[in-house]
Design a binder for this molecule. Structure first.
Ligand SMILES: O=C1O[C@H](COP(=O)(O)O)[C@@H](O)[C@H](O)[C@H]1O
Length: 244
């Protein structure tokens, strides 16, 4: 990547050379999740003070696993915090791949909503979308990113992706399709995910850093990736927390 296209990355500061996105780089993952837990705590405290309740969407997958113990240890009235994953794999709720299970076990003091509100993914997405709309605007939406440039369960090339990324669409949940198992997913759409006081992205590893840089720099290969639409949404800055 030519130097002129490369976003400037600072340690523990963000660069204004990345319009709409705040990139915070940490020396290691431990420092990253500690910093992020502190930021999330401040957002949740603010929401509790202002509204008496806080609403938070959390990512699934591997990235948040080290975050949850640190977040759970933050002094907060967790009984007034509603949370649900921003997306879910259509597996049994007790399956080890279940994002809900990860969240419930990670933040046991919070009020955790299982997206499985019906027997089918379609009906669950409809009912879960209704429940999440009652929470808008969220206090916090934290997302992860996959190596293929997906976030939540919005995958490159999946059927319905254009509608899922449409910023004019009503905030809603939808059925998503992953290229690998578990293929069937449900996910908030981008309009729902951006209806939040704070939007963040937790990113680990050099490969994903390259992916983010490519998207920020509008490189050709990233234009069809959902992460490009997230980072250039024009509505909310995305607070990127990265560590090697
Ligand atoms: O399948 C999913 O993948 C993404 C990224 O997961 P990671 O393990 O690479 O961090 C995750 O953010 C999403 O919630 C999950 O369902």
């Amino acid at each position: 990547m030519p130097a002129s296209e490369r976003p400037v990355v600072g340690r523990n500061h963000w660069s204004q050379e990345m319009p709409g996105s705040l990139f915070q780089a940490y020396p290691d993952r431990d420092a990253c999740v500690r910093g992020l837990a502190g930021d999330l705590h401040a957002c949740l405290q603010r929401a509790l003070a202002a509204d008496g309740r806080a609403r938070m969407l959390m990512p699934g997958g591997s990235s948040p696993q080290a975050l949850f113990p640190l977040l759970a240890a933050q002094a907060l009235d967790w009984g007034r915090v509603d949370t649900t994953p921003g997306d879910e794999r259509w597996v049994d709720r007790e399956d080890e791949r279940s994002n809900f299970r990860l969240l419930r076990e990670g933040l046991p003091q919070a009020c955790c909503l299982d997206p499985r509100l019906a027997d089918t993914a379609e009906e669950s997405a409809r009912l879960w979308g209704e429940r999440m709309r009652e929470w808008l605007p969220f206090s916090v939406v934290l997302l992860g990113v996959g190596g293929d440039g997906h976030f939540a369960s919005l995958f490159p090339g999946m059927p319905g992706l254009d509608q899922a990324l449409d910023l004019q669409a009503a905030p809603d949940a939808l059925v998503g399709h992953a290229p690998d198992e578990p293929r069937l997913r449900i996910s908030a759409n981008l309009a729902m995910l951006l209806d939040s006081d704070w939007v963040g992205l937790l990113v680990f590893g050099e490969d994903k850093k390259r992916l983010i840089y490519a998207a920020l720099a509008h490189q050709q290969a990233s234009l069809s990736q959902p992460i490009h639409a997230l980072l250039h949404n024009g509505i909310r800055p995305v607070h990127i927390h990265w560590a090697p």
